[in-house]
Design a protein around this ligand. Structure first.
Ligand SMILES: *Cc1c(COP(=O)(O)O)cnc(C)c1O
Length: 401
């Protein structure tokens, strides 16, 4: 049985030469199904599928796991970013400096929150925004900087905060991929004014549909975000607050998390640390096999990690020569891969009006040409990792079998 997220190339195969899907969690669901069913049954018995108590229960569990003063459950990581930017005080026309190499939602969220994204290049040995590039991008309209923690590690938060402090910028984190990542014991998303988590199914902690959360230690940011996710109100109906003459204090929308998603997430959160450990084991196995191979430019375990920080491998990203050739070869062998990200954001059509040109942000552009994500998830077998590595070795040694 394959999840619907298995790559198409891999779904037809079975047995000895079975393929390796890019992502699959059917075994996880089989194993923890009793716990998931238990939490879901409570939601079904309660009959409150939206604005019920399960979201609040999951939020408290997430606060315990992350150490956040506030976790606010929402319907996606993307909406969490929009709410975070608005709650942190972004005003129309404000500029927000973001990395050019990231998922598109980092920058579209800025637009949806009324701001203007300004792109900065990434650091030389890593995937995060380059603090010097942030400093160079500051104008008198800059209000915030939004570093992104990608794949398996934090961005340079010490460097980013130094630049932000010097220019009076608010730091908000796109920590959508960063559950479990910490710096000096502080969880990602709590290293500035606030951050987000995405529970998209393929993320380290995945729901069975879309869901996300906002993390913050700031009471006012949390309070505003809770209102924004629910039509700008602080209660279920206007009538529930007869003493408040004008309960609509902000123009909100509907960004609420479903209680059934919260039920699944609550069950999976109990296994998160074991999942993270399993990911680390598999990631090290890839590194040990691929390190130093001709054609392989960098394995993630060899990139520098800053003191006091841990790695959580959400995506195992290798940097290789002939990336598209390798991806095609692996696809032909039934092995799923992904390109994160095929095009840097400053060259995306939706930002063409901002006037960037190819060559403007060379490190981001180079990573888009060389990076390939290999299958990595707790259900993946060691033998599957070996099969992927065998195929990569054959590709660069010019052998067909
Ligand atoms: C997944 C992701 C998002 C968006 O989260 P969704 O839950 O899919 O909306 C935003 N930023 C980054 C870096 C992501 O990886």
């Amino acid at each position: 049985m394959k999840s619907t997220l298995a790559s198409p190339a891999s779904t037809e195969r079975s047995g000895e030469n079975s393929g390796v899907p890019f992502f699959d969690q059917s075994e996880t669901f089989r194993r923890i199904w009793p716990e998931i069913r238990g939490h879901c049954s409570r939601v079904l018995d309660d009959g409150k599928f939206s604005h019920g108590s399960m979201v609040a229960e999951f939020e408290r569990a997430l606060e315990r796991y992350t150490g956040a003063r506030h976790a606010v459950g929402v319907n996606s990581g993307t909406d969490a970013l929009v709410l975070l930017l608005r709650a942190a005080g972004l005003r129309p026309g404000d500029e927000v400096i973001v990395p050019a190499h990231t998922f598109v939602a980092t920058a579209t969220a800025v637009v949806h929150a009324g701001g203007v994204p300004v792109f900065a290049d990434i650091e030389e040995h890593g995937y995060g925004i380059d603090p010097d590039a942030v400093a160079a991008a500051v104008t008198d309209r800059t209000r915030m900087v939004m570093p992104v923690h990608l794949f398996d590690r934090l961005a340079d938060m010490v460097g980013v905060r130094r630049v932000a402090d010097a220019h009076g910028l608010t730091v908000v984190e796109d920590s959508a991929e960063a559950i479990g990542m910490r710096s000096g014991g502080t969880h990602a998303g709590l290293l500035g004014t606030g951050g987000v988590l995405s529970f998209f199914p393929a993320k380290t902690l995945g729901a069975v549909g879309d869901a996300g959360a906002l993390l913050t230690d700031d009471d006012a940011v949390a309070e505003t975000a809770r209102m924004l996710r629910h039509h700008g109100r602080s209660g279920r109906t206007l009538a529930a607050f007869p003493g408040i003459s004008n309960p609509t204090v902000v123009t909100g929308g509907n960004s609420k998390m479903d209680d059934l998603q919260a039920a699944v997430l609550l069950a999976k959160l109990a296994h998160l640390d074991a999942d993270i450990e399993r990911r680390a084991v598999l990631s090290r196995r890839y590194d040990d096999r691929l390190r130093g191979l001709p054609g392989v430019r960098a394995v993630p375990g060899d990139l520098p990690v800053r003191p006091g920080e841990n790695r959580v491998v959400y995506v195992h990203l290798v940097q290789v020569d002939d990336r598209d050739g390798l991806a095609a070869r692996l696809a032909a062998a039934g092995i799923g891969t992904e390109v994160y990200y095929p095009r840097p954001l400053h060259l995306q059509p939706c930002f063409a009006h901002l006037g960037y040109r190819p060559g403007d942000l060379p490190r981001a552009e180079e990573l888009c040409r060389t990076a390939l994500a290999l299958p990595l998830y707790p259900d993946l077998a060691e033998e599957a990792v070996d099969r992927v590595c065998d195929e990569i070795e054959r590709h660069y040694s010019g052998r067909s079998r």
